[in-house]
Design a protein around this ligand. Structure first.
Ligand SMILES: [Zn+2]
Length: 704
């Protein structure tokens, strides 16, 4: 398998972690490892020394080793696919290799050290006649686990292929991989012919494995049984929670099932144990914000609302706040569904609808107990909104969460939940708005003086100007993404006498926001800027800095604030100040029927400074392009109605001169030739990455 005259290439080659890994293989000195040295590399070298030097987990080392040799990588091994009785068990175990029969009758060997030439020679003897040696690399632990007795017998000594131990093993292994990768969620989603397991890491989804559907069904049952959920219920969505021990650490796992046309799917959310030291500032708040909110929460009465989108960390913030309150001399009651973290000294109550313990009944009984502080979860309906304000205005501190995008948009939401402005002004102490932002990997971020464009955009947000800004790069520790973790961007809308008066007199939330921003209040844009200045976050990740298009409704403030527009101009899209000398931007029209593809293209191209217009089909594109001139048109080929080729012909007939570049999932050379013959400037085959896209767009623009 070692192809000596064939230098490693492929998708892994450009990634910095790959380069560092190859240097690690070479002992850190030469840029290229010698193949002789690699052949004598022992597993303890690979998974011990090299992994240690690079600070990478074994799974990542296995992935990189696979990339060097252009082999497949297996994140996990399904025990029932392992062939029993082919390799001698002792040999299998000591060399960390197992064999697997493929659907086509050939055999694949899964091993942890693919550099071991001696082992490969032996394995060649076990190859099915007429096929060649096929290898796949995995984390050594995956193979070790196959030999460990689990729930009775390990799979290689099992008597029945349907051993429940397999499922237990697989469930454990998936949770451990999820924990090791720092995933927040694990999804098991049945599709037409198989089930897909995906991880959500730092907000993005990554495919981990595909499982046979029957196996995934049993796996979902296993997880549901762990959480004591009804395993016979497959049609209705259900939720549950369980506290598990993963690698010696307690982790609360929240489960939610939904029904899809292909069967039941399951999402597991992994909630990290709550370390004692973690406070509001660890979540990303400034000292000043943290002090202010803790002081407000210590008052005798009032309501504190934590507002944010789904997944913005509202609950985490609430717990951080609760854990800073004195729960010994104050009585603190929480009504939760489910309880995610333990707060020492607090009386935490779990909703259990199945047993008749409803949210409403718990809330009523909590109110009767007359606590000093009540956390009542999310305000979802007029009843809970009314209960919260009633309680807050009778000498109790009430905490709730609310699903909105900012502190000021919470006012509109409460309007809709039927609270009067007077009630809000009387009962609310403050509204905390929050969202999460990606943190740059401190090991590889690139510092550079802020560009004139960044300088200008940052200047508009006010405050002190950063001399240097940081951008993502990518290294082994961040898996080449350039980011490590996320933290909160916060704003605290304190209901001061002045703000309360605005609320009472019916000033719209968006106007309140404008007034506050106008006088330089520390709202989310300023906090985002602070993180850019601290080099924790990249300017491109603070949406207000590059707000090119105003979002709907309340979010419009960002654009207005940035452009300095008057209140009456709310609908005007954001334009850079005309007096600012900036180079004229190239304009690109994107034509694609797939909304996801459009979003991707828009994001990538706008961040690179292009001005974009979007069309969902050829007819719309012809309409837009005949009224505006563009530097370039990017068009999909397969679209409903007119396809890309017909679009090109129609465009030329209508004297639309802009060069057209095709992006297509049709990878036939014939299609590519046809596109180019018709006069397309280039033809990019899907899938492509950001770099390829930008380079070829630049080339197309240069070639005009
Ligand atoms: Zn990094």
């Amino acid at each position: 398998m070692l192809r000596e005259n064939d230098p490693p290439a492929g998708p892994g080659a450009a990634c910095p972690s790959f380069v560092e890994f190859v240097r690690g293989l070479a002992g850190g000195s030469s840029p290229e490892p010698s193949w002789d040295a690699l052949r004598s590399l022992g597993p303890e070298e690979l998974y011990g020394r090299i992994a240690g030097t690079l600070g990478l987990p074994a799974g990542r080392i296995a992935q990189l080793a696979a990339a060097v040799l252009r082999l497949d990588y297996a994140p996990l091994i399904l025990p029932q696919r392992v062939e029993v009785g082919i390799l001698p068990p002792a040999f299998s175990r000591s060399n960390r290799v197992v064999s697997m029969l493929e659907a086509d009758g050939s055999r694949t060997f899964i091993l942890s050290n693919p550099f071991n030439a001696e082992l490969l020679t032996i394995l060649n003897r076990y190859v099915v006649k007429g096929t060649s040696l096929r290898l796949c690399v995995t984390d050594p632990e995956n193979i070790d686990a196959l030999f460990q007795p689990l729930a009775g017998a390990g799979p290689l000594t099992r008597t029945s292929a349907e051993d429940a131990g397999q499922i237990v093993f697989l469930a454990d292994r998936l949770l451990r991989i999820a924990a090791e990768e720092g995933a927040s969620d694990l999804h098991i989603e049945p599709k037409e012919s198989e089930a897909v397991v995906r991880l959500r890491v730092d907000g993005g989804l990554r495919r981990l494995a595909a499982l046979p559907k029957e196996l995934s069904r049993r796996l979902i049952s296993r997880f549901k049984a762990l959480a004591e959920m009804d395993t016979t219920e497959h049609r209705r969505p259900a939720d549950g929670a369980v506290k598990l021990d993963i690698d010696g650490k307690p982790v609360v796992v929240r489960l939610a099932t939904t029904c899809t046309p292909y069967g039941q799917s399951l999402t597991l959310r992994l909630l990290k144990p709550w370390p004692k030291a973690r406070g509001l500032t660890d979540l990303g708040m400034t000292e000043c914000q943290a002090e202010r909110i803790v002081w407000l929460a210590g008052q005798r009465s009032g309501m504190i609302l934590i507002a944010g989108q789904v997944g913005s960390g509202k609950t985490t913030t609430t717990y951080a706040l609760l854990s800073q309150l004195d729960c010994v001399s104050n009585s603190v009651i929480t009504v939760e569904d489910p309880i995610e973290y333990r707060i020492e000294g607090a009386n935490q109550q779990q909703v259990n609808e199945a047993a008749g313990v409803t949210f409403e009944s718990l809330l009523k009984s909590s109110v009767r107990q007359d606590p000093d502080v009540l956390f009542m979860g999310e305000v979802r309906d007029p009843q809970s909104a009314k209960m919260a304000v009633d309680f807050a205005s009778t000498g109790h501190m009430t905490l709730c969460t609310l699903h909105t995008s900012s502190a000021t948009s919470a006012i509109l939401r409460l309007d809709r939940l039927g609270l009067s402005r007077a009630t809000m002004a009387d009962s609310i102490s403050c509204i905390v708005g929050q969202r999460l932002i990606k943190k740059l990997c401190p090991h590889c971020r690139r510092l550079s003086p802020s560009s004139p464009q960044e300088w200008e955009a940052l200047r508009r947000l006010g405050g002190e100007q950063p001399v240097e800004v940081a951008h993502p790069v990518g290294c082994p520790r961040c898996r080449g993404t350039g980011y490590l973790g996320r933290e909160g961007v916060f704003e605290i809308l304190h209901f001061s006498p002045e703000t309360s008066a605005w609320v009472r007199s019916g000033v719209p939330g968006a106007d309140i926001r404008r007034r506050l921003l106008g006088r330089g209040e520390f709202l989310m844009p300023r906090h985002g800027l602070e993180k850019v200045r601290a080099l924790t976050c990249a300017p491109e990740d603070v949406p207000e800095i590059y707000a090119a298009q105003p979002a709907e409704g309340e979010e419009r403030w960002a654009a207005e604030t940035l452009s300095g527009g008057a209140a009456g101009n709310a609908a005007e899209p954001f334009r850079l100040d005309e007096n600012t000398a900036l180079p004229e931007r190239e304009s690109i029209l994107v034509v694609d029927d797939d909304p996801e593809a459009r979003t991707f293209l828009q994001r990538v191209l706008e961040r690179s400074g292009y001005e974009l217009a979007m069309a969902a089909d050829a007819a719309q594109a012809l309409d837009i392009a005949s009224r505006n001139s563009f530097s370039l048109i990017l068009s999909d080929v397969m679209m409903p109605g007119l396809d890309g080729f017909q679009f090109l012909e129609m465009a030329r007939r209508r004297r639309i001169e802009a060069p057209i570049l095709f992006l297509s999932a049709k990878t036939d050379a014939a299609d590519e030739n046809r596109g180019l013959e018709l006069g397309a400037v280039d033809y990019i085959r899907k899938p492509f990455n950001k770099e390829t896209l930008l380079r070829r767009v630049q080339n197309a623009l240069r070639g005009r």
